[in-house]
Ligand binder design. Structure first.
Ligand code: 5GP
Length: 174
């Protein structure tokens, strides 16, 4: 069985940080052609709240990726199950992720999108867990850095549950 453990970030912590990220992105992309590429499903809550804090025009699109193995045991085999709808040629793509862990998913995604010749690709993740990295990937914007925990809430799931928690907490198993 599992249960909701210690809360790492409250609803208020998350709101405050997302406001700051939105301001930063609005400044950095003010003369660019911004496309937000939200990675389903975990980044949905983050993306929606982030878009409310971005004050420049942008296009929002979604991509869905299947990583084989469970989300707790990523084996680095990745497949796109729903692609972006729009053409990113010459555009400034900002990938929106829930968490960068091993970096395997993101590394695959960046390589795939690069073949479509966008002008730029950057990454914005809500959570960054550098302690679990297998592939050396730098993120450009991050909400919070976390130690090596499995976390749930605010879009992040355990077996598809707990996405609707308004906070981010550690998953405890017993
Ligand atoms: P990667 O290991 O490839 O960087 O992480 C890929 C995906 O695994 C993330 O986008 C996320 O969906 C899932 N994942 C990794 N760590 C966690 C975690 O601590 N909690 C949850 N709920 N999902 C995670």
């Amino acid at each position: 069985m599992e249960k909701i453990g210690k809360i790492l970030f409250t609803k208020e912590d998350i709101e405050k940080r997302i406001k700051e990220l939105g301001e930063e992105i609005s400044l950095d992309y003010k003369d660019k052609d911004l496309i937000l590429a939200c990675v389903l499903k975990g980044a949905v809550y983050f993306t929606v709240d982030l878009t409310r804090n971005i004050k420049i025009p942008f296009i929002l699109d979604f991509i869905s990726i299947l990583s084989y193995g469970s989300s707790k045991n990523n084996q680095g085999i990745v497949r796109i199950t729903k692609d972006l709808d729009i053409n990113i040629l010459g555009k400034d793509v900002l990938i929106i992720e829930d968490i960068v862990d091993t970096g395997l998913t993101l590394s695959y995604l960046i390589r795939n999108l690069q073949t479509r010749n966008p002008r730029s690709i950057k990454v914005c993740t809500l959570l960054d867990c550098p302690g679990r990295r297998i592939i050396d990937i730098e993120v450009d914007y991050k909400g919070f850095e976390i130690p090596n925990y499995y976390v749930i809430g605010y879009g992040l799931d355990y077996k598809e549950k707990y996405r609707n928690l308004p906070f981010i907490a550690i998953l405890e198993e017993f």
